[in-house]
Every structure is written in C-alpha cells, then in structure tokens.
Write a protein that binds this ligand. Structure first.
Ligand code: PLP
Length: 428
C-alpha cells in the first residue's frame, strides 16, 4: 500500500499495551491463576444506579442529532465548568465517545509537533505518530508527573527547533497517569508562561481532576491562566467508572481561534464517530448536572481511591522503592533503583524484566515504565490500584461502602499478597 504505513510513522501495528496486558491477565485468571492485577488503568467499580436509570431513560434517543452533542448536554457540561470557575458557553463544548477520540482529533487538526511529559499516558505518543507528527518528550519534575519539568522545557523546545521540529502543542495531564500526582498551581503557572512565550496550544487532560484524594487541595487548570490557548479534555471514564460507556468532553477557547479549532474537531467527528450515542448524552446530561447524590458518590469514591493508593504506596516504599505520594486518581509509580543490585542478582536489570519477573515469579501484574515512554533501563512501573477493590460486583460494592476499605478481608488479602511478593523480590 503506498503512502504512510505503520512502519513509516515509527508505529508498530499492535493494540495498546494496557489493553493487551488486561486481556492476557483475564485469560490467565479464567484458567485459575491467582494474580494481583495492578496492570490496567480502570476504576473497577460498579455503575452508580442513577446513571443506569438515566441511560434507560435515554434509550429512545435514537436520532443521530448534532455532531457536537445536543444543546441540553452541552449546557450541562458548560454548567460543570462554570462551577469550576471556568465560565463556559455551551457552544464551546463538544461531547464525544470518549476523550481518546477528541485527543486524536485535536492532534489531527492542530498543526505542530507535540511536547509530552516523560513518562506519560500510553496513548498520547501513538496518537501523535498517527497524526504524522513528532513527539518531543521532556522528563517530569521531582514534585509531580503529567507535566514536563519547566526547567528543561524551554531548552528542549529550542533544541527541537534546531533539529527542524516545530513544537506547536503542549499536553499537560493533572492528576496524571502513570504517577497519580497533581501539579501544584505554581508549576502550572510556570508552564503556562512558557506556552505563552512559545506560542503553544495547551491540551489539558483533566480526566482525573474530579478524583483528587483531598477535595480541598488547590487545583489550577491552565484554562484559568491562558484560556485563549487551552483546550480542556475530560470525561466520565475515570471519575464515574464508565470507561465502557465512552463519554468524553472537550472545552475550547471562547475566541475566534477557539471557534475555528472546535469547528475543525467537529469536522473530524462528522467524518468518523458522527456524534456521542443518544443514550450516553442523556447520561452525560445527568452527570454534568452534578446532582447532590452523584457528587456525594464521587467524593466517596475519590476517598476510596486515595486510601488504597496510599496503602500500595506504603507497601512499595517499605519494600525499598522511592515513589511520589499519590494525590489523585488511582495509580502509583514506584522506582526500584535503590534495589538495583539485589534485583540484578535475580536477573532483573530493566523495567520490562521487572514487569516480567513480578508477573511470572510473584503473581503481580504491573506495566513497565517503558510503555509510558520512560527510560527502558529504569526499574519503574505503574501500578493501577483500583483493581484491588475486588473481582466481583459484590466485593467492589463492599469496598465502595466500607468506612475502612483496607479492613475488608478481600482487600487486605490482596495487599498481603502484594507485600509478600515484594518481600520475596527484595529480601526485605
Ligand atoms: N487520558 C488519560 C490520562 C487516561 O489515563 C485515559 C485512560 O486511561 C484517557 C485519557 C482515556 O479516556 P477515555 O475513556 O475518555 O477515552
């Protein structure tokens, strides 16, 4: 086939490593193997019943409807942003089947190469390559993941330009995947100043924003600082555990350039996914209306994520790893560099080796840092802690309702198995 192929864009034709690992673990678990599954970035919690009711009530919405979403759902989304301190007109909003689709459309329509944090979510880089652009990676700072270290970013932009690249987009994620941390307002301001000086469009991926473990923690969106050059992308996959329902949202700048960008993304939408499924628009309208019962559910779930992520963080640090304390979402990202010598004696010398060893010898599934763009030699991996709530709906419901989720026998047993697996690994 003539033209761009996976090989010519530097991509291999494979499914996302996150999804591939989950499929493998599911097959092995079905065959009777016991695995502590920390390998998949999903909030494994049941559907909150009023969401299912909204879905059923929306079942007769079978017309295609507007590409960008019906006015009702876009008003609800605008209201959500208004309450967050981001005044929003419904005409700044597009709803779509998942934020992934919106992120890809943005890469396709906005010119310029793309600055990514290293490590970052597994999908950004393949999307950049699919759009025929270059990914320019910048290491994260010590204090948080999801964003490039501002001390390195300016130099990296300059050297990229000297190499013939044309940086045009900066992707920021807070809280992030894979480190489960949130950028402090001061850090966000520094990055916004660079975006302004260097004329970059900021794509702010805020899909974990409503899962801050401490609801009083100060949160600053780049859209509050540089609204004219920030597109906020978010969705309900993580906060409401609705990944399979595919509900994503983008909020565009209010000015002419923002309107043009939105029209271009809508054009991609019209030629690919057409619109968000009608029943899902009914769900999104209910959810973004933020009724009190839903807000209470969300806060309780964020608390659960915080408690379990902190427990897993403790287990890793007690085993000798260094690790940023998680502050949002459901991930931790330990670094076993302090145990490099001990691990080498087990034949483990890099991140993939560590992932392999943990799965095959210790029954613990994690995803090596290299999948997130990290140095393959680094002994780092992502552990998705929300998989610990239970294998059945009943267990997950119990975790959700428990005042002390760590005291539940099925959660405690998984944490124990993790602790034992790591102790055997390091001799600690
Ligand atoms: N952004 C980040 C940082 C994610 O971790 C994920 C899912 O893992 C997504 C976006 C995708 O979300 P969606 O289900 O809305 O496509």
């Amino acid at each position: 086939m003539p033209g761009r192929t996976a090989a010519s864009t530097g991509r291999s034709a494979r499914i996302s490593p996150n999804l591939a690992l989950d499929q493998r673990i599911a097959e092995r678990a079905a065959a009777g193997e016991r695995i502590v599954h920390l390998g998949f970035g999903e909030s494994r919690l049941p559907v909150f019943p009023p969401l299912a009711e909204a879905l059923t009530a929306g079942a007769d919405r079978n017309a295609y409807g507007p590409v960008v979403g019906d006015p009702g759902v876009r008003s609800a989304v605008a209201g959500y942003f208004d309450r967050r301190g981001l005044p929003t007109d419904p005409d700044q909003v597009i709803v779509a089947p998942g934020s992934k689709a919106l992120l890809l459309a943005l890469q396709l329509v906005h010119p310029g190469d793309v600055l990514l944090a290293d490590p970052c979510w597994v999908t950004y880089r393949p999307q950049v390559l699919l759009a025929g652009k270059r990914a320019i990676t910048v290491p994260i700072p010590a204090e948080a993941g999801g964003v490039p270290d501002p001390a390195l970013l300016r130099d990296r932009i300059r050297s990229a330009r000297l190499d013939g690249d044309r940086p045009g987009i900066l992707v920021l994620t807070s809280p992030d995947n894979p480190t489960g941390t949130c950028a402090e307002p001061e850090l966000v301001r520094e990055l916004c100043a660079i975006a302004e000086d260097e004329d970059l469009l900021v794509i702010s991926d805020e899909i974990y924003r409503d899962l801050l473990h401490d609801p009083d923690r100060p949160y600053l969106s780049p859209a509050e600082v540089i609204p004219h050059r920030t597109v906020v992308v978010t969705g309900l996959s993580k906060s409401l555990a609705l990944g399979g329902w595919r509900i994503g949202v983008a909020r565009f700048p209010a000015d002419d350039a923002g309107r043009r960008l939105r029209a271009e993304v809508a054009s991609v939408a019209s030629e690919s996914w057409s619109t968000l499924a009608g029943p899902m628009q009914a769900v999104a309208e209910y959810a973004y209306g933020e009724p009190p019962e839903l807000t209470a559910r969300l806060r309780a779930d964020a608390r659960l994520h915080g408690i379990v992520a902190a427990a897993v963080h403790r287990i890793f640090t007690e085993a000798g790893a260094v690790c940023r304390p998680p502050t949002g979402g459901f991930y931790v990202y330990p670094d076993f560099a302090p145990l490099r010598d001990e691990l080498a004696r087990l034949g483990v010398t890099d991140g993939e080796g560590l992932q392999h060893h943990l799965l095959e010898e210790r029954g613990v599934a994690v995803l090596a840092g290299a999948h997130f763009g990290d140095d393959p030699k680094a002994l780092r991996f992502r552990a998705a802690t929300s998989m610990l709530y239970g294998a059945t709906r009943a267990e997950q419901r119990a975790a959700r309702e428990a005042g002390d989720p760590l005291g539940l026998p099925h959660v405690a047993a998984e944490l124990d198995r993790l602790r034992q697996g790591l102790a055997a690994l390091t001799g600690h």
